[in-house]
Ligand binder design. Structure first.
Ligand SMILES: Cc1ncc(C[n+]2csc(CCOP(=O)(O)OP(=O)(O)O)c2C)c(N)n1
Ligand SMILES: [Mg+2]
Length: 292
C-alpha cells in the first residue's frame, strides 16, 4: 500500500452499515486509492443505505443515487460529461450489488461496456439481495440458504467474469478485502486505464451469511485461499493473469464458519470441492504463458 493512500479516508465514520460489512470495507479501500477526484454512482442496495443522503452523506466525494438497473450508464454519462468539460482527471465510479449487476443491471452494463465508456464499475457481491432481506440472486451459490431458498438454492452461481470477459473490455479483475493490497493495486491499475473497467469483489455479509461479524475479513480471505474465489485479472477479455497463488485449503474452511451452509452434507461439500477444483483448473488453463 502506498503510504499516502493509507492515510486518506473518503468515508466518514458513523455510517449505517451492519458491523463487519464487507461492502463498507471494500468501498473504503477503493476510495482510498481513487481519492478526492472521484464521482460515485450508487444504486439501490445496502450501499444506498450506507452512503446515506445529504447532509448525512458518508462519502467525502460527490455521490449520485441512480436507479437499480442503470449503475453503468449513469457512470458512463458522468464520464462523458467530464470529457466534454475537459475534466478527465476525475474518475467516474459505480458501486452496485450482485443483484444490481448479475441480474437487473446486466443489460445496461453490457451496453456501456460495448461502447467502452470510461468508468470503473465495482460489483459488491454478497451473493444475495441483502438490503431487502436476504433474497437469492443469480450470484447465490447452489445449495445455499437464503430467505427465498429455505431448503437451499437450486440454481448455480452465474459465472459472471466469463460474461464480462466476453465484452473484451480493457481491464477486469476479481478482488477481496481478505487481500487488501491486491485489491488496491487493481484499483490503481484501473484508474490509469481508459475505457470500461470491471472489478468483481466478494463482500462477506455477516447478516446474510449467518456468521459472527468479526469473521468478515477471514471469510473473504478463506474464499480466496480455498480457490473458491481466485484473484485474477483479464486484459482485453483474453489475457488472464492470476495475481495471488492460493493455499488450496479445503473448501469447508470457508463454508463451516457460515450458517447459510449449515445444512450441507459431506456429499454436498465434496461436490462443491470438485467444482472448485475443476474451475481452478480451467482458470489456470486460461493463464498459460502469463506469469504471476
Ligand atoms: C427496480 C427496482 N426493483 C427492486 C428494488 C428494491 N430493492 C432495493 S435494494 C434491493 C436489493 C439489492 O441487492 P443487491 O444488488 O445484491 O445489493 P445488496 O443489498 O446485497 O448490497 C432491491 C431488490 C428497487 N429499488 N428498484
Ligand atoms: Mg447483494
Amino acid at each position: 500500500m502506498i503510504a499516502s493512500e493509507e492515510q486518506q479516508e473518503y468515508m466518514r465514520s458513523g455510517h449505517m452499515a451492519c458491523p463487519g460489512c464487507g461492502e463498507a470495507s471494500t468501498m473504503r479501500l477503493v476510495l482510498k486509492v481513487l481519492g478526492e477526484k472521484t464521482i460515485v454512482v450508487i444504486v439501490p442496495s445496502c450501499v444506498g443505505v450506507i452512503s446515506a443522503t445529504f447532509p448525512n452523506s458518508t462519502f467525502k466525494v460527490p455521490c449520485f443515487h441512480s436507479a437499480f438497473e442503470i449503475a453503468a450508464p449513469t457512470a458512463a454519462g458522468i464520464a462523458n460529461a467530464l470529457r466534454v468539460q475537459g475534466r478527465e482527471d476525475v474518475t467516474a465510479l459505480a458501486f452496485a450489488g450482485d443483484g444490481g449487476t448479475f441480474d437487473i443491471g446486466l443489460q445496461s452494463l453490457s451496453g456501456a461496456a460495448d461502447r467502452n465508456d470510461n468508468f470503473i464499475y465495482v460489483c459488491l457481491d454478497n451473493e444475495a439481495y441483502m438490503n431487502t432481506g436476504i433474497q437469492s440472486s443469480s450470484s447465490t451459490p447452489q445449495g445455499v440458504w437464503t430467505m427465498t431458498t429455505p431448503g437451499g438454492r437450486q440454481g448455480r452461481k452465474k459465472k459472471f467474469m466469463q460474461i464480462i470477459a466476453a465484452h473484451r473490455m480493457p481491464y477486469a479483475a476479481t478482488a477481496s478485502i481478505g487481500h487488501p493490497h491486491d485489491l488496491m493495486a487493481k484499483i490503481r491499475k484501473a484508474k490509469n486505464i481508459k475505457g470500461t473497467k470491471f472489478i468483481h469483489t466478494l463482500t462477506p455479509c455477516p447478516t446474510g451469511w449467518r456468521m459472527p461479524e468479526n469473521l468478515s475479513a477471514k471469510a473473504a480471505m478463506l474464499a480466496v485461499e480455498t480457490k473458491l474465489f481466485p484473484l485474477y485479472e483479464v486484459i482485453d477479455g483474453t489475457e488472464y493473469r492470476i495475481t495471488h497463488q492460493p493455499l488450496g485449503l479445503p473448501v469447508q474452511e470457508f463454508t463451516k464458519i457460515q450458517g447459510r451452509y449449515r445444512h450441507f452434507t459431506e456429499e454436498d461439500t465434496a461436490i462443491l470441492q470438485r467444482e472448485v477444483d475443476d474451475e481452478w483448473e480451467q482458470l489456470v488453463a486460461k493463464t498459460k504463458g502469463c506469469k504471476l
